[in-house]
Design a protein around this ligand. Structure first.
Ligand code: KIV
Ligand code: ZN
Length: 510
């Protein structure tokens, strides 16, 4: 069986999901988890886009062992120089150069003729090869490009030294039969096609990213670019977990394998969801909360008689379920560190102390602490946005025929401020009080609440997505056994992110 190379672009295309901006510490945590998951290539960012992106790619390249570390670059000298600087410390660096080849992009965006694009593509692949043996080229908007021209571009970049040629369906326009046929045409018509790995990168605008990628695999694609939870520009990219489990579950059909440790899928999905603030829909294939739940009586009966009647994959194969009771309030720091290690989390000494304090607080309120609770605590600690404002006091009242009211006390450095407010409910009252103190007003675009585990004493986890009056969109998260407190924490987390983001980055348009 041939292997399909899994190229993960969660940290680059995935980070282009609106509101999903990740700081360096979060990127490193995700990269470590991607390495544990067993991806072959991590695309860590677009180094020329901002100082933050450059440093994140550089850090990931220096720290992460195992996968190739890739950075994105336009077909320009400055981009490739920055990309080379950022990835060169990796054991296996890769430079990914892209240039659009569709008529509409060439005419309106690049204002360049076909021959000039052909020359530029070849020239900058050669330039990148001066620094790095592993160069990938993507003809952006390939699926809307003239096929004969696309084949000429592919032939030119391979002759110029590209080791991988990636065919993107940039705007998610293609459908499976058509996209599979395009891959087949490139494989058969381009004379030197067998000298490079053929890859695909599909967007999900019509909900077909996974199907298109799989059709490409059936037609000879050897690498698939994808993201955890299907994150990415607009409607996102092909979801890694769906691609991997389709290839595994239907190996009878694909005759291919990946080197992904599928037992790490669920944990990776959770980590990415927490750190980006983008909640996974419950009915999402493979990693959604309901993906292995059986509601109908007939189904439950079937499952009890023989699991395979209604289950094509085992939940444990994707690391789902079987939450285990692990710790309680008498557990010490060593046991805490050991348990975290077993679930694949290693923290610095400082982060461990902070996480342990949180664990003790939680253990006072909650009898049984599950792995999911530990992950929630840890994921809270690894967000490295400075805590400009911290909730130091909090009270609310609400009930039938009682006007909801909240008092919030926030500490900023040595200053403590307290405000109270009424609202449409206790959460609204808290948010109004926080606004009074910080002077930052948000438009609340999304609010979601879920419990990290089952049971009445489970931690409530609130995610908010907000837009500041200055047009900055951020997410915020908070966890607590009190859901109003979790809501307030999520809001303050978003305030801190806005204050941090203001000083942080401006993103280049692709
Ligand atoms: O969607 C796209 O075309 C891209 C390229 C940069 C590969 O993300
Ligand atoms: Zn893309």
């Amino acid at each position: 069986m041939k292997k399909i190379i899994i190229f993960d672009t969660t940290l680059r295309d995935g980070e282009q999901s609106p509101g999903a901006s990740l700081d360096i510490k979060a990127k490193i945590e995700i990269a470590k988890q991607l390495a544990r998951l067993g991806v072959d290539v991590i695309e860590a960012g677009f180094p020329i886009a901002s100082k933050g992106d450059f440093s994140a790619v550089h850090e990931v390249a220096s720290i992460i062992k195992g996968p190739s570390i890739c950075g994105l670059a336009r077909a320009r000298k400055e981009d490739i120089d920055a990309c080379n600087e950022a990835v060169r410390s990796a054991a296996k660096p890769r430079i990914h150069v892209f240039l659009a080849t569709s008529k509409i992009h060439m005419k309106y965006k690049l204002k360049k003729a076909k021959e000039e694009i052909l020359r530029q593509a070849g020239e900058f692949v050669k330039y990148a090869r001066n620094f790095c043996d592993d160069v990938e080229f993507s003809p952006e908007d390939a699926s809307r490009s003239d096929v004969d021209f696309l084949c000429r571009v592919v032939e030119t970049v391979i002759a110029s030294g590209a080791k991988t040629v990636n065919i993107p369906d940039t705007v998610g326009y293609s459908i499976p039969m058509e996209f599979g046929a395009l891959i087949n045409t490139i494989k058969t018509k381009v004379p030197n096609a067998n000298k490079a790995v053929l890859s695909v990168h599909c967007h999900n605008d019509l909900g077909l990213a996974v199907s298109n990628s799989l059709a490409a695999v059936q037609n000879g694609a050897e690498q698939v670019e994808c993201t955890i939870n299907g994150l990415g520009e607009r409607a996102g990219n092909a979801s890694l977990e769906e691609i991997v489990m389709a290839i595994k579950t239907r190996k009878d059909l694909f005759g291919r394998f990946t080197s992904i440790n599928t037992k790490e899928l669920y944990k990776t999905s959770r980590l990415v969801s927490k750190l980006t603030g983008i909640v996974v829909q419950p009915n999402k294939a493979i990693v959604g909360k309901n993906a292995f739940s059986h509601e109908a009586g007939i189904h439950q009966d079937g499952i009890l008689k023989r699991r395979a009647t209604y289950e094509i994959m085992k939940p444990e194969d994707v690391g789902f379920g079987g939450t285990r009771l692990v710790m309680g309030k008498h557990s010490g720091k060593h046991a805490f560190r050991d348990r975290l290690k077993k679930i694949g989390v290693e923290l610095s000494d400082d982060d461990l102390i902070k996480a342990f304090e949180r664990f003790k607080d939680l253990a006072d309120k909650k009898k049984e602490i599950f792995d999911e609770d530990l992950l929630a605590i840890v994921e809270d600690e690894i967000i490295s946005v400075p805590e400009t404002y911290k909730i130091s006091g909090f009270e609310y009242k609400s009930g039938k025929n009682v006007e909801p009211r909240a008092v919030i006390e926030l500490t900023k450095g040595n200053t403590v401020k307290k405000e109270s407010s009424s609202g449409d409910g206790p959460v609204d009252a808290c948010y109004k009080a926080i606004e009074k103190i910080t002077g930052i007003k948000f438009n609340l675009m999304d609010y979601s609440l879920k419990s990290t585990t089952s049971g009445r004493d489970a931690l409530g986890e609130v995610s908010v997505r907000v837009m500041s009056s200055g047009g900055i969109e951020v997410s915020g998260r908070g966890t607590s056994t009190d859901i109003v407190e979790a809501s307030a924490k999520a809001y303050v987390n978003a305030v801190n992110k806005v204050l941090f983001t203001k000083t942080k980055k401006t993103r280049l348009e692709l």
